[in-house]
Design a protein around this ligand. Structure first.
Ligand code: ADP
Ligand code: MG
Length: 321
């Protein structure tokens, strides 16, 4: 059982503040994904949780106990990085066993834990190989295995699948979700890939420029994005954003006028805007339908993906959709 509490967490490098006061509660056993564009502070936040980076302000608690000053080795946290960071001169077995050996663990306990992790990750056939004789996916599994054998209270993953090809990433994604279901351990997973976030997370935390833009279940973020950034970040192909003005209000919602003159009725809270206000209309691509009336679109490009077809085009006033 491991819950985390972050209160007003700040990180400064010299005079530059990169994390601006993060408040977050992670209940025990949750799979939380930090997602956001490159440089938004995902790794920094994770490293502060691991204890690899000093916390400049605020309080971080594990199971209600402040751990700001607790060194990484005492936090019982295991971290997996994008670069596998395996020992090249050691066999897979020794890579898995090394941390337990240095911790003075008994030989039979080490043997048992290594075999268990190896079986779980299906790397048992390679235990006597060196890392250079493994594929990228197998190496990443060894790196994950090294975290598992330590029996940590908390797993941290920093973009662990970024070095793998697309097919292997999908496969590892499924395996990691299964691993979480099997172990039930609290996990925090960092990625810039919103598909990974949507498919793996119990809860997604969307970060931008060192602040949390929104935190919620994947479908909460998808269906009720808190702001335009989250709306544009979650979903592929991206949501369309159209500049519009409020043309009127009625009981069913707002009527908005597009630059091409078309007026649409939108199921938005009519109390949130007044006539002539400038607004942005967000439309998910999959909500468009072919019809004889509505918005005329001239199609420029067609992407056929088999199951889906994506059309790129422009509206009357040349807005891209
Ligand atoms: P992400 O993992 O989301 O891509 P990082 O957490 O690595 O982002 O970085 C967040 C911000 O902190 C970036 O602007 C980065 O340049 C800055 N940063 C990270 N490490 C250092 C450091 N050691 N010194 C100064 N600035 C840093
Ligand atoms: Mg990073």
């Amino acid at each position: 059982m491991t819950s985390l509490t972050l209160r007003g967490i700040v990180k400064r490098y010299g005079t530059v503040e990169v994390i601006h006061g993060i408040d977050l509660d992670v209940p025990s056993g949750e799979f939380v994904v930090f997602v956001g564009p490159s440089g938004c502070g995902k790794s920094t936040l994770l490293r502060m949780i691991a204890g690899l980076e000093a916390i400049s302000g605020g309080e971080f608690c594990i199971d209600g106990v402040r751990v700001n000053e607790v060194p990484p080795a005492k936090r019982e946290i295991a971290m997996v990085f994008q670069s596998y960071a395996l020992y090249p001169h050691m066999t897979v077995y020794d890579n898995l066993a090394f941390g337990l050996q240095t911790a003075g663990e008994k030989k039979d306990v080490i043997e048992q834990r290594v075999q268990l992790a190896a079986a779980m990750l299906k790397i048992d056939p390679y235990l006597q190989r060196k890392p250079k004789a493994l594929s990228g996916g197998q190496r990443q599994r060894v790196a994950i295995g090294r975290a598992i054998v330590r029996n940590p209270k908390l797993f941290l993953f920093d973009e662990p699948l970024s070095n793998l090809d697309a097919e292997l990433r999908v496969q590892m994604r499924v395996e990691l979700s299964r691993l979480h279901a099997e172990l039930g351990t609290t996990m925090i997973y960092v990625t810039h890939d919103q598909v990974e976030a949507m498919t793996m997370a119990d809860r997604i935390v969307v970060l931008r420029d060192g602040v949390i833009e929104q935190s919620g279940t994947p479908l909460e973020l998808y269906n009720r994005p808190a702001n335009r950034f989250v709306a544009g970040f979650i979903g592929s192909p991206k949501m369309n954003f159209l500049d519009a003005t409020v043309a009127g209000r009625d009981a069913q919602g707002l009527r908005v006028r597009l630059p091409g003159g078309e007026v649409l009725l939108v199921a938005a809270d009519p109390s949130k805007a007044s006539s002539a206000d400038a607004v942005t209309l967000g439309i998910r691509p999959e909500h468009a339908r072919l019809a004889d009336s509505g918005l005329p679109v001239s199609v420029g490009l067609i992407e056929q993906l088999g199951g889906n077809t994506v059309l790129y085009g422009t509206l009357t006033a040349q807005q891209p959709v």
